[in-house]
Design a binder for this molecule. Sequence first.
Ligand code: FPP
Length: 281
Amino acid sequence: MVKAIESLRAANREEEQLLGQIDPQRLPRHVAVIMDGNGRWAQRRHLPRIAGHRAGVKAAREIIETSARMKISALTLYAFSVENWRRPKTEVDFLMRLLREYLRKELPVIHRNNIRLLVIGRPEQLPEAVNRDIEHAMRTTAGNTGMKLVVALNYGARAELVDAFNRILEHIRHNGLSHAHVDEQTISDHLYTAGLPDPDLLIRTSGEMRISNFLLWQIAYAEIYVTETLWPDFHRARFFEALIDFQKRDRRFGGLSAAAQSGEEASPEAVGASAHGRARH
Ligand code: FPP
């Protein structure tokens, strides 16, 4: 029987039953989430899109708290992409206001829970007030040693790679390194996510089978979990289902499973053990 995850109390029978299936020793180190479906959630209820975003913040709060209690090292949430500027100005303005409201209300809770807030993207292009609040939140939580809550804001993976390459070039020029050599580590070290483990699990809600310019480099070996559930309905039990699904995967990183290597039939135990043993992190 798997030991219950400390400091996490199931709120009902369903959560209890799901939680019992999760092995706390084999949780992903880094979970990244494409939170999709706020608009459709609102539309189905004949509500304005912004009501969907408000409900989306509630869902985000629940997943952040749950991940922190489960001692997941990093949780990255795709909150605003470089493409999202194409939305109507009223919606963009609302999203910015919502973000400020979230930071104002939740910062004390985040800080109290030893969570460190980080932002990835090009925040300098966000409204000044948003940027100020982000800076303040990052500074306040800079010394926290618990979960890293990474919010992707004005984020695009291609833009991230462009920024990384330009920073590498700048370094080469500045130091007159005519024989410089770039390897995978050099690129990783110049991404916005430098220092974070790559995501082990990428969750996308609302059923779309797309990556949408999110963490293209970092998800090279991530397990992808797509659910039809719309983001505002992605409660704790749905998150547990994603983790259970993740723990059933046989992560091979291009190699063979232990069972295949030894020429034996893979028993569920052997597959579970190999998935864990091979994790790079
Ligand atoms: C997708 O729904 C969601 C977004 C555009 C991002 C906004 C996310 C939130 C408000 C959640 C809160 C996050 C934090 C970090 C507090 P959509 O509008 O694309 O939905 P649709 O595809 O159904 O139209």
